[in-house]
Ligand binder design. Structure first.
Ligand SMILES: NC(=O)c1ccc[n+]([C@@H]2O[C@H](COP(=O)([O-])OP(=O)(O)OC[C@H]3O[C@@H](n4cnc5c(N)ncnc54)[C@H](OP(=O)(O)O)[C@@H]3O)[C@@H](O)[C@H]2O)c1
Length: 217
């Protein structure tokens, strides 16, 4: 699997890319600046000890990836999606964006389109299958290979695409849970703000969620 991560030099993107590289996947780091993408890719290659990552400009990365993961701040969401719109046509776009108030990052922001995920689907059109996932996964978890695994809530309007992203979570050693249509991303994205509040109040870095009541397997 060739996984492109747009906004890949960032904290979350780099963590996810490293996790998939460790799991034997090929990753492409996308950035607005080629040198930044290449530097991030080199860092991953040095960590995993093989040539797992390549750096490209965002649009080229999106074109080269079989699955495209978007990890940019909400303020850059629409602009970045416009940039990669044609390159992701026919693919799965995994949206990790959390719409937060730029002035107060722990304050939830309700996007005009309901959620970042629904806005992405509306902007990209029905030929691209948008799936929300990893919003509740802290980059500190990914960076430090912590063992206290959280669950990954996966939602979007295409059931097969959700299953594919559940599999991507599994590659990171995490349980992905199919939580239904894109509209549910309103809840999933909002939960991240609660986790940030928990991090602050309990003086931890990587609070996550774990769903109980589901038998293993
Ligand atoms: N950090 C976490 O633990 C975490 C957890 C869950 C979800 N998220 C969500 O994941 C997304 C990325 O988070 P992050 O912490 O990785 O953010 P970040 O490090 O601040 O930014 C990620 C990348 O986005 C690109 N970017 C920044 N501003 C941009 C702009 N104005 N236009 C286009 N691209 C821009 C940058 O890449 P280039 O400059 O190289 O293009 C940057 O490296 C956010 O929506 C966040 O809410 C983060």
């Amino acid at each position: 699997m060739r996984i492109a991560v747009v906004g890949g030099p960032g904290k979350e993107g780099q963590g996810l890319a490293l996790g998939w590289a460790r799991a034997g996947q090929e990753v492409i780091i996308g950035s607005r600046v080629l040198e930044r993408a290449q530097r991030a890719a080199e860092g991953i290659n040095a960590t995993v000890g093989r040539r797992a990552a390549t750096g490209m400009l965002n649009r080229d990365a999106a074109a080269a990836g079989e699955v495209v993961v978007l990890t940019v701040p909400y303020d850059a969401h629409a602009e970045t999606l416009q940039d990669i719109r044609e390159a992701v046509r026919g693919k799965i776009l995994v949206d990790v964006t959390v719409p937060v108030d730029p002035e107060k990052p722990r304050r939830v922001r309700i996007p005009p389109g309901g959620s970042a995920t629904e806005e992405a689907q509306a902007l990209l059109g029905s030929e691209t299958r948008v799936v929300a996932a990893f919003q509740n996964l802290s980059h500190t978890y990914l960076a430090h290979e912590e063992t206290n695994a959280c669950d990954i809530l996966v939602c979007g309007d295409d059931a097969d695409a959700r299953q594919e992203v559940v599999r991507l979570a599994g590659l990171l050693g995490l349980r992905g849970l199919d939580v239904g249509p894109a509209r549910n991303a309103r809840v999933v994205e909002g939960l991240t703000v609660l986790l940030m509040e928990i991090n602050r109040r309990y003086k931890v870095r990587g609070a996550g969620i774990r769903i109980t009541g589901i038998p293993p397997g």
